[in-house]
Design a binder for this molecule. Structure first.
Ligand SMILES: Nc1ncnc2c1ncn2[C@@H]1O[C@H](COP(=O)(O)OP(=O)(O)OP(=O)(O)O)[C@@H](O)[C@H]1O
Ligand SMILES: [Mg+2]
Length: 283
């Protein structure tokens, strides 16, 4: 668990979002969390998706403990209260898990002033404890996803090489622009797109890959890596609650995710104004 905030550093919050379901948002969030942890960074995962088989389940979280439900419910998020919503995992850093009843929080959020800023506010007291906060979102642009995007510095869009995933990616790009325009203080940027579950042997996918690159370029979003190849190891790792990089470190997808994480970190290094602190993002 984290040490008290010395105010010296501030986590970068990365949110993983695509309006389309099943495009490997959670797999990509887990792979980033595991890789950043393995590189020596302090990582917190926040699971905003209550579906069965979600990130919390894959990382072996105890869902009977307080998690994102309690986190989002906090009216005055004091550090000690926020820390009670977080538990450690074996290889993914810490997690605020998506526990039972998370769906009920939507009604509560919708009745609150500043409803899209509840996550941002709740994370504030512990941002100094982590290098990265990895946020996984549900497959819809709803109030919890908006909370994730509004709390983020970086939006990473996992996208499969098919038309509906590309439409879901575009919707996120538009949404990010809107958040920046309408939500005071929120300045997320699209950090990049990870092409997921990629199968170059499927004749349509290389063509769709190029289309993803074109659409992303229209929004100034880089592709992070050359795509994550489709492999049964990704499913097996999730089934066993183990990070892909640990379960099958030499599998194609594990290596592809390492490439994507390195590209993401290079992108941060290149950001203007981060020269002084960028070194802290590398182990
Ligand atoms: N590289 C890969 N190769 C093969 N299968 C993969 C790969 N990446 C992810 N999968 C599988 O695809 C399925 C969907 O992945 P995941 O749950 O990460 O998607 P998601 O976008 O989070 O879904 P949802 O929208 O339901 O939250 C899972 O069964 C996962 O194991
Ligand atoms: Mg998911």
């Amino acid at each position: 668990m984290p040490t008290p905030n010395d105010g010296a550093a501030c986590a970068r919050v990365i949110v993983f979002a695509n309006q389309k379901g099943g495009v490997a948002k959670s797999t990509t969030a887990e792979a980033f969390a595991a890789s950043l942890t393995a590189r020596g960074h302090a990582v917190l995962m926040v699971d905003l998706d209550s579906q069965p088989g979600n990130l919390s389940m894959h990382v072996g979280a105890d869902k009977s403990l307080p998690g994102t439900l309690e986190l989002l419910e906090l009216r005055r998020p004091k550090r000690e209260k926020v820390l009670r919503c977080i538990q450690p995992t074996r290889s993914f850093g810490d997690v605020a898990c998506a526990n039972e009843g998370l769906d009920d929080v939507d009604k509560l959020l919708n009745s609150r002033m500043g409803r899209e800023l509840m996550l941002s506010r709740a994370l504030e007291p512990i941002l100094g404890d982590y290098d990265f906060v990895v946020v996984d979102t549900p497959p819809a642009l709803q109030v919890r996803t908006l909370n994730g995007i509004a709390a983020s510095d970086d939006v990473v869009v996992p996208c499969m090489a098919d038309a509906s995933s590309v439409a879901g990616m575009k919707a996120v790009f538009e949404y990010v622009a809107e958040v920046g325009e309408f939500v005071r203080g929120a300045q997320p940027r699209v950090a990049g797109v990870v092409v997921t579950r990629y199968d170059a042997r499927n004749s349509l996918e290389p063509e769709m890959f190029d289309q993803i690159a074109e659409v992303a370029a229209d929004y100034d979003a880089p592709l992070l890596g050359r795509g994550v190849r489709n492999t049964v190891n990704a499913r097996k790792a999730q089934y066993n609650g183990v990070a892909l990089g640990e379960f099958a470190p030499q599998s194609t997808a594990a290596l592809d995710y390492e490439e994507a994480v390195s590209a993401y970190l290079d992108g941060i290094e290149a950001l203007p104004g981060l020269g002084r602190t960028a070194g802290s993002y590398y182990s």
